[in-house]
Design a protein around this ligand. Sequence first.
Ligand SMILES: NC(=O)c1ccc[n+]([C@@H]2O[C@H](COP(=O)([O-])OP(=O)(O)OC[C@H]3O[C@@H](n4cnc5c(N)ncnc54)[C@H](O)[C@@H]3O)[C@@H](O)[C@H]2O)c1
Length: 256
Amino acid sequence: MVPGLLEGKVAIVTGAAEGMGAATLHVFARAGAHVLAADVNAEVGEATVASVREAGGSASFFAADVSDWSQVEAMVKAAVERYGRLDCAVNNAGVSPDSQPLADLTEAEWDRVIGVNLRGVAICLKYELAQLVAQGAGGAIVNIGSVNSFRPQPNMAAYNAAKHGVLGLTKSASLECAPLGIRVNTICPGGIDTPMIQRAFAETGWSEADFAPVISLFNRLGRPDEVAQASLWLCSELSSYVTGVALPVDAGYTSR
Ligand SMILES: NC(=O)c1ccc[n+]([C@@H]2O[C@H](COP(=O)([O-])OP(=O)(O)OC[C@H]3O[C@@H](n4cnc5c(N)ncnc54)[C@H](O)[C@@H]3O)[C@@H](O)[C@H]2O)c1
């Protein structure tokens, strides 16, 4: 963590109650940002924000479901009302993958996964970009994809499609917004130790000892803050010549 890298900047982090979103909230606040932490889980989200404030950071919670257009519009409005502007955002909110062959996929399961992991990113981009464009002073957005954005796994068709789609959204936004000084990038995490992966272990009976050799050249799961640090870099001026990329943070998984 580089102190002050986002000094005085205003950031939105979605899915900030737990996992990588919570780590991103902490890292951005320590870097000097005012962070609007958005999540559907208000109880845990408020507690996470309280821990950031106890550590001396500037953050506040906003209850929003990223798959709902009006709630996302209100989320961006709240950031501007509370902190005066918007400089950067990390569109991280996501739900667990589907877990059946494509032939058994249900409408409800498709809608659950696509609704948050693809539609949610599109809606967040729409309202965040509208604000950044109106301000006319550039900005930076990170969308959270996955190693599944490049390398699909079986029995996760909706998740694979959503995460591939995040790359398309990122490229579209980066093309449109580069002339405006707004950078848009994707981070593609590998196996990261969050509540999402722990739920998957509980359902499958796998453990880190089983999964780490498959998913990581370092033979361990990643820590949420290791992804948050990459988001920090992509939202800071240190990455001023970087837009439209998909950055794996995956301990070499996709290089193998
Ligand atoms: N954990 C991994 O190994 C891994 C790997 C690759 C990509 N990812 C992606 O990283 C992101 C974060 O995952 P995580 O592992 O921290 O998950 P997590 O389940 O630990 O945390 C996700 C957070 O998003 C929130 N959320 C869920 N639906 C929401 C909605 N509709 N609106 C707003 N908030 C919502 C949850 O309440 C939770 O706080 C996701 O996009 C996920 O697909 C995770």
